[in-house]
Design a protein around this ligand. Sequence first.
Ligand code: DAS
Length: 360
Amino acid sequence: MHYISYMAIRCFLLSMVAVMLFCASAWAQEAQKPNIVIIGTGGTIAGVGKSNANVSAYQSAVLPIDTLIKALPEITNIANIKMEQIFQMGSESFNNERLLKLTRRVSELLKSKEVDGVVITHGTDTMEETSYFLNLTIKSEKPVVLVGAMRPASALSADGPLNIYNAVIVVAHKDSAGKGTLIVMNDEIHAARDVTKTSSVKIETFRSLYGPLGTIVEGTPRYYRLPARPHTIQSEFDIDAIDTLPEVNVVYAHENMSRVPYDALVAAGTKAIIHMGVGNGSVADYITDALKEVRAKGVFVVRATRTGGGIVVRNGEINDDQNDYIVTDDQNPAKARILMALALTKTTNTKELQEIFWKY
Ligand code: DAS
């Protein structure tokens, strides 16, 4: 009898040890997995169409972030996930107030030792602006990755689930630290500074002027380039030092321009106008005086190009020195607006403002 009870106790103890070892290894694996926070803001990625055949006609910003993430149990193999829903809207509705709120929350999360990175699900329409702002104002080398979708979650071949999966892979990977804010879409990893949305409907809409930083292949991010301009901890801008953003607006130039948009924006109190000029940021001869009056009234003028690529040459066809204008480097007008708003939190000296465009 004693022998049987001895063996029973021995088996029980051995099974307890096995359970403890399993838990320890599971805990160790959990402990090894990075802690990632996924913030939901809305967009197509959370969209729902009337049928799965609706890939471009749908209601954006419907599904909550936990519904999107619960549909992806695979990501718990990559990281420990927490979720927050900060907005539920199309990204066309971002404004300075909402941009500051999102950025402050990301900054707060990254200050915690319990957070190793942040993924933001975001509409694609203004994702390049939000990511550029984060890229310039977040003082952390921890990865921040924005992700969206061109097809709603309800669609046939929805691109959102794999985009989120890839975004978590990228944010969780050690190689993604210190590269600035990233956008992950369509298996590509883009630098926030360079990327722009180039199509209203195509899956491959996000393009970077000089190509993506890298790609994701079978669950591994592969980087081939590094950002060349200062970002995050290298940037002079700090979200914690920004209370509000100066009002900066964009005017799209075309044949037969009217001066009304410029005059109306000055009357409304804008601090700077991004002149989205044809070609090399050109100004029609019948608008030249209007733009000079804008500057004379103390509103800055930044000459940008509507072409979708390339720099604006200073003092090329227009005497920017004499007119006290600023020219963009290769920033598109939407990003020029973000950068000018940040620059005006630092200086109102035209030469210093111009240097900021050539630096970031
Ligand atoms: N409404 C667009 C947006 O939220 C849809 C999208 O995400 O593509 O940006």
